[in-house]
Design a binder for this molecule. Structure first.
Ligand code: NOJ
Length: 535
């Protein structure tokens, strides 16, 4: 029920499930839909509102599902359509929404559309993908670079042409300037929306359309965040083209033709905040929640975090909501990146900043990046030059202290190894411990859900505070909440008397915190965060 006229997703907390790694119900070493179904109670009890499931569609798994071979089917390794339908209705019965992944930029090289397209230059689907002739010397038509490095152009003997693949070569780019492609891919949206899914996270959205003249991309600027993944060119002509916005506006109309405020979440790795803000659409008629990758790439540093947030919040158009996300299946886990000592403070930030939070499975129990021996590497991005790729953040969920961590039955070879620390870091052993990370997350999620100031209130930084500390208020009506986050191991005593005389502690990352706080002398221990109700 929508009690205050804002769509559900504006107040929601999203939880990302990487389905291969959440729960293996049939003992084949890979997670599946039945496994998610079996764990819906865990998610309801955790207190999240919506689950985003990474791709579950038939796929040769060259990129673990992001290479889709049939957009309206279910990959047998994950189950079947009947199980998906049950998952959707059971989730809805428990009050959870289900958001699927839509991968519009590219299909699998094994998608029947691509098989037809590459079969001949006369095939009716010849222009469903981006094909170009070689230059006279046989080299690729321009310098465009794949996000995984190297040329984005791949030679096809049969057509005697290159096809474009902006991620890996097994993921040829669909041609979104072809109206037949647009219509076929819109049918995909209708298929799932008709079934009742609550929305989509859309993969590589800014990449949909390329410049029609195929000009070379310029060298990447020295301070560009994508230098860190080894890119040498700036994706000027391959990203964020005007036609992409027009296509997303069409998606949005489709979503709005269905009841229930279906949501579009965008994978939008744009680092210019004006460009990121433009993803909402000039009339807020494009993406509802464009993910902020600048935040994802900001390290654990109060000053930097504040600067990124200030720039970001200032760019958010009136009436839109920001996205807060610190981790996903492509980035090192927060326990590893931010440090274990900052795990709970990262949770406080994620769930109390202004914006729609997206959590990553296992972060609630403090899972860390796993160690992947060279002979167990799976990610196509893993190579000697790039290290272990993205496997370490994709290891199986640690459910309990038993072999295979309760993810698969003991003795089964799981698709990626279970992280060694499962004996001490697992959901089961945290269940009964009131001071565990799991129960900390549950309290925090409940607080966010119960307090309008946290899920829909205004936001303001409070200054001055010592270096290494962030302080901000969230306000809604009479409710005024102060959040303090100490990013460092140096303790502080803060004078916050401009905010009033006293406050009540709602939550602390440390146990045994006093209930009442004198605002002229607030103690903040090493790496500690406090959520206070101002009086
Ligand atoms: C972004 C996804 O998050 C990533 O996992 C995938 O490999 C690429 N897009 C290609 O689809």
């Amino acid at each position: 029920m929508n009690i205050n006229n804002t769509p559900w997703w504006q107040r929601a907390v999203f939880y990302q499930i990487y389905p291969r790694s959440f729960m293996d119900s049939n003992g084949d070493g890979v997670g599946d839909l039945q496994g998610i179904l079996d764990r819906l109670d865990y998610l309801v009890k955790l207190g999240v509102d919506a689950v985003w499931i990474s791709p579950i569609f038939p796929s040769p798994m060259a990129d673990f599902g992001y290479d889709v071979a049939d957009y309206t089917g279910i990959e047998p390794i994950f189950g079947d359509m009947e199980t998906f339908d049950r998952l959707l209705s059971e989730a809805h019965r428990g009050g959870l929404r289900i958001v699927l992944d839509y991968v519009p930029n590219h299909s699998s090289i094994e998608h029947p559309w691509f098989i037809e397209s590459r079969s001949s230059r006369e095939n009716p689907k010849r222009d469903w993908y981006i094909w170009k002739d070689p230059l006279p010397d046989g080299s690729p038509p321009n310098n465009w670079e794949a996000t995984t490095g190297g040329s984005a152009w791949n030679w096809d003997d049969n057509r005697g042409q290159y096809y474009l693949a902006q991620f890996i070569k097994d993921e040829p780019d669909l041609n979104w300037l072809n109206p037949e492609v647009v219509s076929a891919m819109e049918d995909v949206l209708h298929f799932w929306l008709r079934k009742g899914v609550d929305g989509f996270r859309m993969d590589m959205l800014p990449h949909l359309v390329e410049h029609p003249d195929f000009p070379d991309n310029p060298p990447i600027p020295a301070d560009h965040p994508f230098r860190s993944i080894g890119l040498t060119l700036e994706q000027v002509h391959t990203v964020d083209q005007p036609e992409t916005h027009a296509i997303v506006r069409r998606f949005r109309k489709i979503f709005e033709s269905y009841e229930g405020d279906r949501v579009i979440i965008g994978e939008t790795p744009l680092f210019d905040m004006a460009k990121l803000a433009s993803c909402y659409g000039q009339n807020l008629d494009e993406v509802h929640i464009p993910f902020n990758f600048k935040l994802l790439l900001t390290g654990w540093n109060a000053g930097k975090m504040k600067a990124v947030l200030e720039e970001y919040y200032a760019a958010i158009p009136e009436g839109a909501v920001p996205s807060i996300v610190f981790g996903n299946h492509d980035f090192a886990r927060i326990a590893t990146r931010f440090g274990r000592q900052n795990l709970r403070s990262a949770a406080v930030l994620l769930l109390t900043l202004w914006g729609v939070p997206t959590m990553y499975y296992g972060d609630e129990i403090g899972m860390e990046n796993g160690d992947i021996p060279p002979d167990r590497l799976q990610d196509p991005w893993a190579d000697p030059g790039k290290g272990t790729g993205r496997d370490p953040e994709r290891t199986p969920m640690q459910w309990k202290n038993s072999p295979n961590a309760g993810f698969s039955p003991p003795g089964v070879k799981t698709w990626l190894p279970v992280a060694d620390n499962y004996r001490s870091i697992n959901a089961d052993s945290q269940e009964g411990d009131p001071d565990s990370n799991l129960n900390f997350y549950r309290r925090l999620l409940k607080l966010r859900r119960d307090l309008p100031a946290l899920h829909e209130g205004g936001f303001e930084f409070f200054d001055p505070v010592p270096q290494g500390v962030l302080a901000y208020t969230r306000r809604s009506g009479e409710q005024q909440i102060l959040v303090l986050v100490n990013f460092e191991s140096q303790p502080h005593q803060l004078d916050l008397s401009p905010l009033g005389a006293g406050a009540r502690t709602l939550l602390s990352t440390e146990s045994g915190e006093q209930d009442r706080v004198d605002l002229s002398r607030v103690g903040l221990g090493p790496n500690q965060s406090l959520i206070l109700m101002l009086e």
